[in-house]
Design a binder for this molecule. Structure first.
Ligand SMILES: [Zn+2]
Length: 484
């Protein structure tokens, strides 16, 4: 009778703090032993010359989310989770989105049903588009208690955005309930003004999307949400920081001691506004918000990663097909940028691109890579130490990487439900070969073998990292006084 279900032998294990050669012994889906010369496993995996890394935690993914309008999210949880796994990610945090006038409780129930097909583990942020009093005081307390411990708010996008007044109410509710607020921060009216002017001038191409939202619209709003978070003493994460100026606002807030965290996404490290200018409407494939920026912004983001200001890199996976009745071309190839669906896919490529551009090119070391792609997100969203590390007692969510394998990214390889990847043709060094979720192989020899429904919902209880500081700018605590 073997001592372990699985033993991974002779690999180089990396966590967010250490790199060491060790066997990994797994029993009952959990890591139960680390060390040399472990006893026999029912399954033995030889990882000589390979890296044994924690499975990725992608804390910003749009999978099988319903949308208004003719375009569709191209993924089901079956395809989205396959794509995540093939790129080394074993946990995704997606979004249950409240319909305007609707119930968030109902959205969560519907999304749980959709996510039941996932091959990897999952949790949700709750998108609040209509934070009415009964939502804040009746639905949210119950949902947070059930483990949905983060809220997402949009300050732009018609139909999704909320006002600053509503955002303050959501922040106050989060503080009372012990939840984290994640924010899409762009100055809505400024984008609308730019858009009106561009359309009036006949400047309607995909590349003009970036003109409609220059960095100032993001920088101003990041500054504003940091001020709101400071005034209410509420921890926040700023989503998709796209370049130097908004990262500087995050850094300023951190230097004042605030619990403000910044996330960036793969696309902001790879694409620039020039990609929106690709011919034959191909630029639409790169259209996302905030808009891709400049080479200088990419360099600034890497610098902010090195300085620890940006601690999380996600995919913001948001797949829309290019062709067909639900794709980016549905309104025709001369449609103005202002009606095009936003978002790029990227679940599978997030970790390989970060590894290749970061570790292989010497911008970051291996523990920083692990932290950026797994450990920090697990900590920030209350999943650590169950997820995001390799330690005795942690879930055996492990990706075994060939650090030298050269791979050219293609749509076929990423295995999502889309018909294209904007990363097509990009060559990377390093690719995951075997991926385990709770000790069960979901990817073997880079082929997805994980069953639909293997994934489990991850409820998130209260945790220290997002406790308010107990410090207000003045002597008065405004949050405890307001009845929501
Ligand atoms: Zn997003």
């Amino acid at each position: 009778m073997p001592e372990f279900d699985v033993v991974i032998r002779h690999g180089t294990v990396a966590t967010a703090s250490d790199v060491f050669v060790s066997d990994v012994g797994i029993r009952g889906g959990v890591v139960v032993a680390l060390g040399r010369g472990l006893g026999a496993g029912a399954r033995e995996i030889d990882a000589t010359g390979k890296l044994v890394l924690p499975g990725g935690v992608d804390s910003h993914t749009h999978i099988e989310e319903p949308r208004a309008g003719p375009t569709l999210n191209a993924d089901s949880f079956a395809t989205g989770s396959a794509s995540a796994a093939v790129g080394g990610t074993t946990t995704v945090i997606g979004f249950a989105r409240q319909a305007h006038g609707g119930s968030i409780k109902q959205s969560v129930a519907e999304h749980l049903a959709r996510a039941a097909r996932s091959r990897i583990d999952y949790s949700f942020h709750m998108i609040l588009t209509d934070p009415r009093p009964e939502i804040l005081t009746e639905e949210l307390p119950r949902l947070v208690a059930e483990g949905h411990r983060s809220f997402k708010i949009f300050l732009t996008y018609e139909g999704a955005r909320i006002t600053d007044t509503q955002a303050l109410d959501v922040m106050a509710a989060a503080r009372k309930l012990g939840a984290l607020v994640c924010i899409h921060a762009e100055h809505h009216e400024l984008i609308a003004f730019h858009t009106r002017a561009l359309l009036a001038a006949g400047l309607t191409l995909p590349k003009h999307h970036a003109w409609a939202k220059p960095m100032v619209v993001e920088r101003e709003c990041v500054h504003r949400v940091c001020a709101m978070a400071e005034a209410l003493d509420v921890p926040i994460q700023v989503f998709h920081v796209s370049g130097g100026e908004s990262a500087e606002e995050v850094e300023r807030a951190q230097k004042r001691g605030l619990k403000v965290w910044g996330e960036t996404c793969t696309q902001y490290l790879v694409f620039t506004a020039d990609d929106l200018d690709r011919p034959d409407f191909e630029g639409a494939k790169y259209l996302c918000s905030p808009a891709p920026r400049s080479k200088a912004d990419q360099a600034a983001l890497w610098e902010m990663i090195r300085r620890g200001v940006i601690q999380n890199v996600t995919s913001d996976h948001s797949p829309t097909r290019f062709d067909g009745p639900d794709g980016k071309t549905v309104f025709g190839r001369d449609a103005p940028f202002s009606v095009l669906p936003n978002g790029v896919p990227g679940l599978a490529v997030r970790m390989p691109i970060l590894f290749s551009e970061g570790v292989v090119k010497g911008r970051i070391n291996l523990p920083t890579f692990v932290s950026l792609t797994a450990t920090h997100a697990a900590k920030l969203f209350g999943l650590h130490p169950r997820k995001g590390t390799i330690a005795v007692g942690s879930d055996a969510d492990i990706a075994i990487w060939d650090p030298e394998r050269r791979v050219t990214i293609t749509q076929k390889l990423v295995q999502d439900g889309n018909d294209h990847t904007p990363y097509e043709g990009i060559e990377v060094t390093g690719w995951p070969e075997t991926v385990l979720v709770r000790g069960v192989a979901v990817v073997d020899a880079s082929v997805v073998i994980g069953a639909e429904g293997h994934g489990e919902f991850l409820p998130r209880g209260p945790y220290e990292m997002i406790k308010p500081r107990g410090v207000f700018p003045g002597v008065f605590n405004p949050v405890d006084q307001v009845a929501l």
